[in-house]
Design a protein around this ligand. Structure first.
Ligand code: NAD
Ligand code: MG
Length: 393
């Protein structure tokens, strides 16, 4: 029996994680679930999975949460605040931590799980993007196990040789990583109409059902850019060994190309329960509830190269990856601010990339290594991006 903490239980990944866990009551027990806004959903989840702790990230909502806990007859202990998120991530009783908070808010609890040497199922890509080397050094030191939940990185992990050593592509005969992406809902839309893109249009992904931030990131392809940086850190792969390939059907979730001409791909229906089940059970395989791929109805698998004019955010992210830590931390922070402004109707779709570029251009190059410096760059970039947005209106 393995004990699991789910950071960000109320989100899309969190709900899918509970779905997989519910299918295997003999294997997994929930220790803690955490949420930020949808407190009623969190309490319903607590009622169903009976964790020991329920954590509300925002302490101003404690009274409301207390009331709802009583209403739903939740027996779990109610904790709140950012410290409590870390406490349930590194508690000695916990074996597995699902890191599924969205954005930079997930960094400290995810790092807490890493430093405690847990098996960390990493969905929260922003945490890795903003802290790269520091995060991976902590993994090395604590001997934590990181299993990628992002479907692309999960696919790459599955396509790498079992004895793959971090960063040693040549030794494993690997030529390059092929990172696939659907291209989002605007892959064929006329560029001239991009400024008119509405929030509803950007939030309607053709293949995947996900939280709003990542859905907008998929439409701008910043998501693929963040994943490019994520792949660089997770597997120790240089930027020139990662190629982004557009694959609109989202059937292949990524590939590894070997020097002998072989390409190994991982295929499946676009459903996050596959990588979640993989992460929970590795190296075993368990039922995830995902329908098997039906090759009788599977038609074309198509591939193209992304165009940076259509996806300027992808170029910004690849350049930031080559530039270094300060750039990726800043880009991630600026993007969170810009996407939020777009979702709130304060800026147009095309301004997201403009705010990101302007933020990166405004700030001087800097060496960033410590956690304190990373958090400072994150804060600075948020402030700068907010100023850029104010200047636009
Ligand atoms: P979501 O918006 O559906 O859920 C986010 C979760 O984080 C919620 O539980 C929310 O309460 C919590 N949260 C939000 N702000 C918080 C804060 N300030 N402090 C503490 N908790 C906070 O997002 P999602 O789609 O589930 O994505 C979660 C993470 O997984 C993201 O980093 C995303 O990039 C990554 N991811 C998601 C998918 C997917 O299919 N949804 C796929 C790959 C990677
Ligand atoms: Mg992904």
């Amino acid at each position: 029996m393995q004990t699991v903490t789910i950071l960000g239980a109320t989100g899309s990944i969190g709900c899918n994680t509970l779905d997989v866990i519910n299918r295997h009551p003999d294997r997994y027990r929930v220790f803690a679930i955490t949420g930020h806004t949808q407190i009623a959903v969190l309490m319903q989840q607590a009622k169903a999975c009976a964790p020991r702790y329920v954590v509300i990230a925002d302490d101003t909502q404690y009274n409301e949460a207390k009331k709802l806990a009583k209403e739903y007859a939740v027996e779990a202990e109610l904790l709140c605040g950012s410290r409590a998120l870390e406490d349930v991530a590194n508690a000695p009783e916990v074996d597995i931590v699902m890191a599924a908070i969205v954005g930079a808010a997930g960094l400290l609890p995810t790092l807490a799980a890493v430093r405690a040497g847990k098996r960390v199922l990493l969905a929260n890509k922003e945490a890795l993007v903003m802290s790269g080397a520091l995060f991976m050094d902590a993994v090395k030191q604590s001997k934590a196990t990181i299993l990628p939940i992002d479907s692309e990185h999960n696919a790459i992990f599955q396509c790498l040789p079992r004895d793959f050593c971090y960063g040693e592509l040549e030794r494993s005969g690997i030529q390059q990583i092929l990172l696939t992406g659907s291209g989002g809902p605007f892959r064929t839309r006329e560029l001239v109409s991009f400024p008119d893109i509405t929030v509803d249009e950007a939030c309607a992904h053709p293949n995947w059902s996900m939280g709003r931030k990542i859905t907008v990131d998929s439409a701008t392809m910043m998501n693929k850019g963040l994943e490019f940086i994520e792949a660089h850190w997770l597997f120790g792969v240089a930027a020139d060994k990662i190629t982004v390939v557009l694959h609109p059907e989202s059937t292949i979730h990524s590939m590894v190309q070997y020097v002998d001409g072989s390409v190994i791909a991982q295929l499946g229906n676009p459903d996050m329960r596959t990588p979640i089940a993989f992460g929970l059970a590795f190296p075993e395989r368990i039922d995830s509830g995902v329908a098997p791929l039906d090759f009788a109805t599977l038609h074309d698998l198509t591939f193209t190269t992304p165009c940076y004019e259509r996806y300027p955010n992808l170029k910004l992210a690849i350049d930031a990856c080559k530039e270094g830590q300060a750039a990726t931390t800043r880009l991630n922070a600026a993007n969170e601010i810009a996407v939020q402004a777009f979702l709130e109707g304060r800026i147009s779709f095309t301004k997201i990339a403009e705010v990101n570029a302007e933020t990166l251009n405004t700030l001087e190059p800097k060496q960033v290594t410590s956690l304190q410096q990373i958090l400072e760059q994150d804060r600075l970039a948020r402030e700068t991006a907010t100023g850029v947005i104010r200047g636009l209106s």
